[in-house]
Design a protein around this ligand. Structure first.
Ligand code: ATP
Ligand code: NCN
Length: 295
């Protein structure tokens, strides 16, 4: 079982906070935000529902993304097909939300690098995915229930939801997109609080992508009271790429090309990331080899 730890507050990543993201078509002039400069990204939210009989839906994937892989991106494509074929929802937005540095998971690179990699992956390989840095740049760990509340607030309160072609305002349903390993942890005592599970699965709901090695049935049985809000997506093409395996390959000097988007591979190489076991969640030391994204 993964232990969640809440160490003392750390400062945001100073090395990246004021740097521009090299060559990013969306973010070229935008530094990694701080909590005071943060603005909710919504440039790819579809403002008008195509089918007024459907319920607008925003998908949120919470995770480490250290680094983001094609599998993470693929989860959204699988969800898109599933939603279209099996539900009465219409997807109007989709987000990756990288976890806060204080989550302290093994191999968790600092938020600045993870936000940059996720931004490159979504902006350069997709036309609909976005990255919300809010969770990552907070001074402390944010529980998933709180992260979903943040999305609900930004989309429904601040943006005012979406409209139908007739101009009628509709509230957007926010839902969690996750792999089955995550839902398995929801059935394990001590990892999630009951109140949070009730909030996440009762108010929001989740799409779960089957993941090799993580049994789904048992996990869903233990969450039976929220069954109506849990949608299971089968992986028709099995793919068990994980960030852990990618980090292992990088430590051994093996190629990870075609497991991750090319700009992310280039970024990892340019910044010499994940080359040893001691990859820190904190920024690298001043004299460590790092390519200035502005150069
Ligand atoms: N191969 C996979 N199949 C299905 N879901 C996946 C897969 N890889 C990651 N996910 C899901 O993506 C989300 C983000 O996960 P995370 O960033 O922790 O990825 P990870 O590859 O599991 O990382 P790590 O290997 O560092 O534990 C989680 O919901 C996780 O379940
Ligand atoms: O909110 C919680 O209580 C909670 C408990 C366990 C995991 N999570 C979230 O689940 C995500 C993936 O976690 P992990 O450990 O599977 O990489 C990450 O975004 C965590 O914040 C959240």
């Amino acid at each position: 079982m993964r232990q969640r730890d809440h160490p003392p507050t750390i400062s945001p990543h100073p090395g990246l906070a004021n740097r521009k993201l090299h060559n990013n078509p969306f973010d070229t002039d935008t530094p990694i935000p701080t909590p005071s400069t943060y603005r909710f990204p919504h440039h790819r939210v579809q403002p008008v529902l195509k089918d007024a009989t459907k319920t607008p839906l925003v998908l949120v994937a919470c995770g480490s993304f250290s680094p983001v892989t094609y599998l993470h991106l693929r989860m959204f494509e699988m969800a898109k097909d599933y939603v279209r074929q099996n539900t009465e929802f219409e997807i109007v937005g989709a987000y990756l939300s990288p976890v806060n540095d204080t989550y302290r998971k093994a191999g968790l690179l600092c938020a600045g690098h993870r936000i940059n990699m996720c931004t490159m992956a979504s902006e350069r390989t997709s036309r609909w995915l976005m990255v919300d840095p809010w969770e990552a740049i907070q001074p402390e760990y944010q529980r998933t229930a709180v992260v979903l509340d943040h999305f609900d607030y930004e989309i429904n309160e601040v943006l005012g939801g979406v409209k139908t072609a007739d101009g009628e305002r509709r509230n957007v349903q926010v839902m969690l997109l996750a792999g089955s390993d995550l839902i398995s942890t929801m059935g394990e005592p001590g990892v999630w609080s009951y109140a949070d599970l009730d909030h996440i699965l009762g108010k929001y709901g989740t799409f779960i992508v089957e993941r090799a090695g993580a049994g789904i049935d048992q996990a869903v049985d233990s969450l039976a009271r929220w069954r109506d809000n849990i949608y299971i997506i089968s992986q028709l093409i099995q793919n068990d790429v994980s960030s852990t395996k990618v980090r292992l390959f990088l430590r051994r000097g093996l190629s990870v090309r075609y497991l991750l988007p090319s700009p992310v591979v280039d970024y990892i190489e340019e910044n010499n990331l994940y080359s040893d076991d001691s990859t820190p969640a904190q920024p690298a030391a001043k004299d460590s080899k790092k390519v200035d994204p502005q150069s």
